[in-house]
Design a binder for this molecule. Structure first.
Ligand code: 8ID
Ligand code: ZN
Ligand code: ZN
Length: 350
């Protein structure tokens, strides 16, 4: 396989942007790494946070963002022997971890203090050739569509993990806050596949229509509802509210609102990462209703394999739209305005 010396990439030079289409060198994989010819990459809201330097976590600059990259392995280091040139593979948020700390030893590698993050602390997938640690790249069978699976590599893994963390079982109810977005649309499909009733919460008729088509049992439009709390509770058969809440929204309000409609004994899983936001819930209510509030952060290698397996079995079909890599800036503009229903995926060849 011939590998060019240079390639096309979208590069952010300074915090705050903009993203610029550039010709940059193709990186060389280290001994435990693979080089993947990225064909498609999903665009996650995290990529926007990275460009804007929103979080209390230093971001690499200049930066090639992106962490939902699917493609073909074109080179590998000498220590890599369980993945071959020509195999299909995906680069996810967790690019690598130390494998020896107490978190890594217990397959809690997202908590590794030395973790490398794709499109954040190391260059990611908004380029034609990207590097991943062989131990962490997602294995993809060749019959899987690379463009369709791309969003699963962050959004899918993350919501699948959050649903597991929520403890919700088949037949129970979960509210998906931000159901019309990238993570949300996949969450609705995982709920459906897992036999969980989903109450989608988001804004606008387009998102309502999409959420109902994706299998939500009910939808609450937070932009028109006079009382979101009452509407969410009323969507459950006994009116006591959902057993789980997966908060994916990129604003602080819904994180605090969730404690008002979650069912007693229920779990609120915080997944969205709005800049500078804080959690606030009444202590009295949290105690006497035995509410659990917790964070959920991507997934480990096993969650990755399982999330992809759901997709490979044809159980996960969330809407996505493919545009050229050169259009990344306009994707970010739509994302800022909350105008993307589902996921946008960039094609690195154009
Ligand atoms: O591991 C993690 N915890 C993880 C992994 C991946 C992504 C966390 N994230 C974070 C991202 O960094 C981002 O902060 O999850 C958040 C959502 O990512 P996304 O799904 O990629 O974003 P999106 O496609 O823009 O969707 C967000 C949706 O939230 C809705 C918007 O309308 C949009 O559809 N929303 C908002 I903003 N406020 C809402 C509200 N009050 C709301 N929906 C309901 N109620
Ligand atoms: Zn992501
Ligand atoms: Zn570690």
């Amino acid at each position: 396989m011939s590998i060019p010396a240079t390639q096309k990439a979208m590069v952010v030079e300074t915090v705050g942007g903009p993203v610029q289409y550039k010709e940059i060198p193709v990186p060389k994989p280290g001994p435990d790494e693979v080089l993947i010819n990225i064909k498609y990459s999903g665009v996650c809201h995290t990529d926007l946070h990275a460009m804007n330097g929103d979080w209390p976590l230093p971001v690499k600059m200049p930066l090639v963002g992106g962490h939902e990259g699917a493609g073909v392995v074109v080179a590998k280091g000498e220590l890599v022997n369980d993945i071959e040139i020509g195999d299909h593979a995906g680069i996810k948020w967790l690019n690598g971890s130390c494998m020896t700390c107490s978190f890594c030893r217990q397959t809690e590698e997202p908590l590794c203090p030395h973790a490398q993050l794709s499109g954040y602390t190391v260059d990611g997938t908004f380029q034609q050739y990207a590097i991943g640690k062989a131990a962490h790249v997602a294995r993809l069978s060749k019959d899987i569509s690379l463009e369709a699976v791309a969003p699963v590599l962050c959004a899918g893994i993350t919501v699948f993990k959050a649903l597991k963390e929520s403890g919700a079982r088949a037949g129970q109810w979960v509210a998906i806050v931000g159901a019309g977005g990238g993570l949300g649309s996949l969450a609705l499909q995982y709920c459906k596949a897992m036999g969980i009733h989903a109450i989608g919460i988001d804004g606008g008729e387009d998102k309502r229509k999409m959420c109902m088509e994706l299998g939500a049992t009910a939808f609450v439009d937070f932009t028109v509802s006079k009382d979101v709390v009452a509407d969410v509770k009323a969507a459950t058969p006994d009116g006591f509210g959902p057993h789980g809440v997966i908060v994916l929204a990129v604003s602080e309000g819904p994180f605090q609102q969730a404690s008002q409609y979650v069912r007693s004994r229920g779990t609120i899983c915080c997944v969205g990462l709005p800049a500078g936001a804080y959690l606030k819930a009444p202590v009295f209510d949290t105690v006497v209703r035995m509410v659990r509030i917790q964070g959920s952060y991507v997934g480990n290698r096993q969650d990755t394999a399982e999330a992809i397996d759901f997709f490979a079995r044809g159980l996960i079909k969330a809407p996505y739209k493919v545009v050229g890599l050169t259009e990344l800036a306009s994707v970010f503009d739509l994302m800022k305005a909350n105008k993307i229903a589902g996921r946008m995926v960039v094609d690195t060849s154009r």
